[in-house]
Design a protein around this ligand. Sequence first.
Ligand SMILES: [Zn+2]
Length: 153
Amino acid sequence: MKKSVVSSFDVDHRTLREGLYLRSTYTINDDLSVLSWDLRFCAPMDRKPLSSGVVHTIEHLMAYYLRLDEVIGGAIVSFCPMGCQTGFYLSTMNSVSGEQIAQALTRVYNKVFPITSTEDIVGLNEIQCGNPYLYDIEQTNEAMKSYINILNK
Ligand SMILES: [Zn+2]
């Protein structure tokens, strides 16, 4: 297969499982290294992808609470959903390990979940969000529980 510019396209998604993967290292101006992590919630083609409501709810919660984490919070660059709705991209400074990310995700999960109402979804309002009517409380709780179990297996 031809090597593509976007390294995500170099992964064979037919064999990719749920989990946490270091996907790429980007070096900016020859000295700043940023890591791109693949938080794969659903194995591609294996089962239904996450719904838009679940993706949006997890984006709000993780983008906020991971930055408050005492270990990796200060090293987070961005937390973004994958357009294919099977997971998320987390970008960090290169001081962070996969083990630390798995532990931070577990800490956030234990602190924040299960969520019970829109009051629990930080930033979900017309001032801070482009579509505050898109969320899913029940399915988000299930998706997060399932992912945290995979990380801690
Ligand atoms: Zn939003």
